[in-house]
Design a protein around this ligand. Structure first.
Ligand code: SF4
Length: 319
């Protein structure tokens, strides 16, 4: 690859490689449930949540708020140590909106996570409308001594889609949050989804241009999928949500990567839900098959992350 940030086999800048470069060893993220709620569910911004939201679908079993985070961390670390040989850990506050609480409670949870000798940092999943000045000051202070990443849900840059899916925030609020995070020593990861009803590939790919112009360090992307008990599942059963095909998703994910600067690490390229609650799409692929379908398509095209920005794909006659 022409760029040292790009993994030669994967053809993109993987977050795993980023962490290894930064910390000099294998680092895994360990999910914890800090017992938060979400302003898009408790009535502050909305009550129904996003149409696809069912937190059970993206929280591994065992991270229940009733358990102290220390216990959740111990269990998660043991799993990753045994399975992957991980030496250090980032505690990922994942479930619901993990800055949506009084700052004293945030300080207590974050500092307890960072107190573990094998924990190098925290990653905090949140919404653009839920970053108070106090929470920002706390995270910026912790970032002076630890790795701190804010994972900000944007999902779509199209306000019409954000409204249609009940996100309860706008693109302008996302941009405002990015501006407030910038320059404070905090990493920023943006969450995106492709496949919303009425969304076009061209429309989605404009997101790569947007992200390329922002101080975003990493991205998580996944296909829109419906799980049991969500409004999206109801739409699917009524024929009002038609999931994209696996081929369409892979092609678009590769186009997206080709347009994304290599400095941005890729944390995720697809989503999965437990079989018991999965409604649609049903691609019947294991996680590694999903991952490698994108890697293999880049290989087939002879392209890599960011190659369209330098014209390298075009020069090579690959597109
Ligand atoms: S912002 Fe997250 S937690 Fe809140 S309703 Fe949407 S998907 Fe669910």
């Amino acid at each position: 690859m022409p760029d040292s940030l790009i993994h030669p086999d994967l053809r993109f800048h993987s977050y795993g490689t980023y962490l290894r470069r930064r910390f000099g060893c294998r680092v895994s993220k360990v999910n914890v449930d800090g017992g938060f709620t979400c302003p898009n569910r408790d009535g502050t911004r909305g009550t129904g949540g996003c149409i696809y939201c069912d937190n059970a679908s993206f929280s591994p079993g065992g991270t229940v708020a009733e358990k102290p985070i220390e216990l959740q961390m111990t269990e998660g670390m043991a799993y990753h140590r045994h399975r992957l040989g991980s030496e250090k850990f980032i505690v990922y506050f994942q479930k619901f909106t993990n800055t949506y609480a009084p700052v004293d409670r945030l300080r207590d949870l974050y500092t307890r996570a960072l107190a573990h000798p094998e924990v190098v940092g925290i990653s905090v999943g949140t919404r653009p409308d839920s970053l108070s000045d106090e929470a920002m000051d706390l995270l910026a202070d912790l970032a002076k001594r630890h790795y701190v990443c804010i994972e900000l849900g944007l999902q779509s840059m199209d306000d019409a889609i954000l409204q249609q899916i009940g996100r309860g925030h706008t693109l302008a609020e996302y941009l405002d949050a990015v501006g407030r995070i910038a320059g404070r020593g905090i990493d920023l990861c943006t969450h995106l989804i492709y496949g919303f009803p009425g969304e076009t590939r061209e429309g989605f790919l404009r997101t790569a241009d947007l992200i390329a112009g922002l101080p975003v360090n990493s991205v998580k992307l996944h296909q829109l999928h419906a799980v049991k008990g969500t409004r999206l599942a109801e739409l699917y059963h009524r024929g009002e949500f038609v999931p994209i095909t696996h081929e369409e998703y892979v092609a678009t994910a590769c186009d997206f990567l080709e347009l994304l600067p290599s400095r941005i690490a890729i944390q995720r390229l697809f989503g999965s839900a437990p079989l018991a609650i999965r409604v649609a799409p049903t691609w019947d692929l294991k996680n590694n098959q999903m991952w490698y379908s994108i890697v293999n398509e880049l290989k087939r095209r002879g392209t890599w992350q960011g190659c369209r920005l330098t014209g390298a794909c075009l020069k090579a006659g690959n597109l």
